[in-house]
Ligand binder design. Sequence first.
Ligand SMILES: Cc1ncc(COP(=O)(O)O)c(C=O)c1O
Length: 385
Amino acid sequence: MRQIYLDHNATTPVRKEVLDAMMPYFSEEYGNASSVYSMGQKARQKIDESRELIGSALGTEAADIIFTSGGTESNNFAIKGVAMANLNKGRHVITSNIEHPAVLEPCRFIEKELGFDVTYLPVDKYGVVDLDELKDSIRKDTILISIMFANNETGTIQPIKEIAKIARGNKIYFHTDAAQVLGKLPIDVEELGVDLCSFSGHKVYGPKGIGALYLRKGVKIIPFQHGGHHERNKRAGTENVPGIVGFGKAVEIADRDMKKNDAHLKKLTKKMWEELSKELKEIYLNGHPENRLSSTLNISFRYIEGESMVLNFDMKGIYASTGSACTSGSLEPSHVLTAMGVPPDMAQGSVRFSFGYENTEEDVDYCLAEIPPIVEKLRKMSPLC
Ligand SMILES: Cc1ncc(COP(=O)(O)O)c(C=O)c1O
């Protein structure tokens, strides 16, 4: 049976070129980058090269890139680290209620353990934060704003440059979770004016368990992990050399192919949505109609459950999901769709299709042939219909 992977927002396959670049660093050039002899120094050199590649793809210096174990750690480091380092300035943080759990949970942690007040900004029906609400929620004791770059469930993109301007104008640090954006949209951290920015390797055809935090010079932050003097004393622990090498390679390729891939993804998702909405009644696109990642289609199918669609699609070799990998399996409707005002039954009936550069038009044709009969079959069985 054909297998069509449409869950690239959950994770991506490691590209062949990335794997090839990583392989020597497992059992041939396996030195510890802190060792002074040549094998160690070769590892150090490869780490430096990757840091350069990533820094230059992000419009910044290599020195501002700190390698972490992924998006979750980068977000935790940014939020808890800034909160702990700036207690004397204030205990108020602003975020939004559509963030990934890797931002929401650290925010809840600082509320509970450090006595912070966190404002969770609402969003409009497209999932966009209102800038006036943001301005109104700023207080004298606000030390950090953390708003994601693009949402993992809907792909909706936030006005990051404007938010950064508001934050800077009020002398508040601004962190953005760009895990879903790296390799898909150009990111120039200097031009955007962000202070901290989180990235993940496995969303960009790199390996799992590696990520990075962009940390602008001068940002007051307390390290999360203590030990050796790695990552300029900001993140102790022996470096994951193969992971770092793979991450660097993945970012280099994604940056090189970004325009081409974006045009390709736009074409695929446009066709999928247009044809599905012609074929099926009562289906709705969640997220911003244009200002959205080209790869992401989040669709609500009235009268049926997302979970049952995903299981039925799986039987036809189509891999999609009901939302973020971290929250799937929970019976609660998506917090992102709920925040956008999507009614509970429609939120429960949503499926996220997230495409990757390796998907083809034939994949879309296959989905267009298989999905409508599954939806019709489930609707016939539905007590809501
Ligand atoms: C927006 C966003 N932030 C953070 C993460 C977590 O990244 P990681 O899996 O690298 O910890 C993800 C992954 O699902 C994500 O989509």
